[in-house]
Ligand binder design. Sequence first.
Ligand code: ATP
Length: 210
Amino acid sequence: MNASRQKIILFGGTFDPIHNGHLTVAADAFARLEAHRLFFVPARRSPHKSDGPFASGDDRLAMIRLAIEHHEGFEADDCELRRAEPSYTLDTVLYFREQFGRSAALFWLVGADAVRTLEHWYRIEQVLEQCRLCIMHRGRMPRPDLSRLIPVLGATRVARLENDILPTPRVDISSTEIRTRLAAGKSVESLVPAPVRDYIRQKGLYGLKR
Ligand code: ATP
């Protein structure tokens, strides 16, 4: 295969912890886009969240690696954890662009909730030039309405975003729900892969008593 023609999916997030929602939509996007590789890219912290992350970067990365062990084509990349803050999506996209070359097709996945903050992303126009931003359906959220973004990004960019929406399966799971359940001593069995659950238990993460 010509490496320069590769379809590479980048999936950034806090992954605090990674859960079955992330894995389901990632697998669906991977198949839909007929991608060659998909990289989970854990963030040091999200510029759009006021608190957290609650687990360390090393623990979040370790949990991603455990979760994707048996997923062909899935990888984890710690470029954002290694980079000094502030860390921007644009820097990460350019990092992968450098690795895979100009003609690689880069896709950046986000859940529908990310639409709320899209216009605040650092140099969003440049991000959209470097990769195709694919907005995925999320849980009970309605299909994202992008018309609000037209005055900010322009009709052409918004039409492209609209066209790249991925109707991924709706899995109503969030890391917040998992952290809350763990802290309350409740089961997260159907929400998180077993090796990740074992890791959380062994390390006593998220207030879970060992
Ligand atoms: P938290 O509850 O801590 O905010 P989260 O569950 O939203 O976490 P993140 O790690 O912040 O998880 O998400 C990373 C990316 O994955 C974001 O773009 C988010 O929109 C998307 N995502 C997370 N969960 C889902 C889901 N169930 N369906 C679709 N997309 C999701």
